[in-house]
Design a protein around this ligand. Structure first.
Ligand code: ATP
Length: 233
């Protein structure tokens, strides 16, 4: 039997009920992972009754500067942050590809793994959603998956015209409508706990020697300390 990038049998998920699996991908730079990412992933898992949330660090994010910490280290921090959290997994598949980390390629690989009937969801914070029309072949994302956009404090700018055009008539207002199809729809969600935490602020605090306690899991903080990551050299 083939194994996945996460070490579990390919395409197998025991949903406990007879419905297609519900799988989410939450991609990001995770430079470093923080509680805004992790709490959102847990609440998505609960609210949408997902079977798995794949948290996928980008090896080379296409639309931003190269992260200061290499992908393997960001993956290690992510694994430490997730620990044994049910339903969440750190997924290394973008580290195994050369070149820029395009989400459409990642979704295509998840689609291959879980099959045509799986309900595949790409999750984005509102800030990332605002830039979606600038991505490479954004229409392809909707062929492969649904989009779920989560509200994020301090990020409430209106949608640009190109994005509105891309969305067209795809938006639905509840998860039942979303999961009627395997892909192609958009749901905007306000999760119960919204955290104004960003990796930029975590990095800024580390560079200036300020505390990051309670912004990310203790195990992540301990490794950052031990390896003196994100310090100003
Ligand atoms: P940076 O500050 O370096 O841009 P970030 O904190 O936005 O980083 P990313 O790794 O770029 O983190 O984010 C990955 C995904 O998680 C994006 O879709 C982003 O919108 C979302 N996200 C990040 N932080 C939060 C948060 N506090 N609440 C909800 N979603 C978030």
């Amino acid at each position: 039997m083939s194994r996945t990038h996460t070490g579990v049998p390919a395409g197998r998920v025991d949903t406990g009920v007879s419905r297609p699996p519900r799988i989410a991908m939450l991609g990001g730079t995770f430079d470093p992972v923080h509680l805004g990412h992790l709490r959102s992933a847990v609440e998505l898992h609960e609210c949408l009754m997902l079977d798995r949330v794949h948290m996928v660090p980008a090896s080379m994010p296409p639309l931003r500067d190269e992260p200061s910490v290499p992908p393997e280290e960001r993956l290690t921090l992510l694994r430490l942050g997730i620990g044994q959290t049910p339903g969440l997994m750190a997924d290394a598949r973008e580290l195994e590809r050369d070149g820029p980390s395009y989400s459409a390629d990642t979704l295509a690989s998840l689609r291959d793994e879980y099959g045509a009937e799986a309900r595949l969801v790409m999750v984005l914070g509102h800030d990332a959603f605002l830039r979606l029309a600038d991505w490479r072949t954004p229409e392809r994302l909707f062929e492969l998956a649904h989009l779920v956009v989560i509200d994020r404090p301090d990020h409430d700018a209106p949608l640009p015209a190109a994005l509105l055009e891309l969305i067209g008539q795809r938006e639905v207002d509840c998860d039942e409508s979303l999961f009627q199809e395997p892909a192609g729809r958009l749901l905007r969600l306000a999760l119960p706990t919204q955290m104004a935490i960003s990796a930029t602020e975590v990095r800024r605090r580390l560079a200036t020697g300020s505390s990051i306690r309670y912004l990310l899991p203790e195990a992540v903080e301990a490794r950052i300390d031990k390896r003196a990551l994100y310090r100003r050299h």
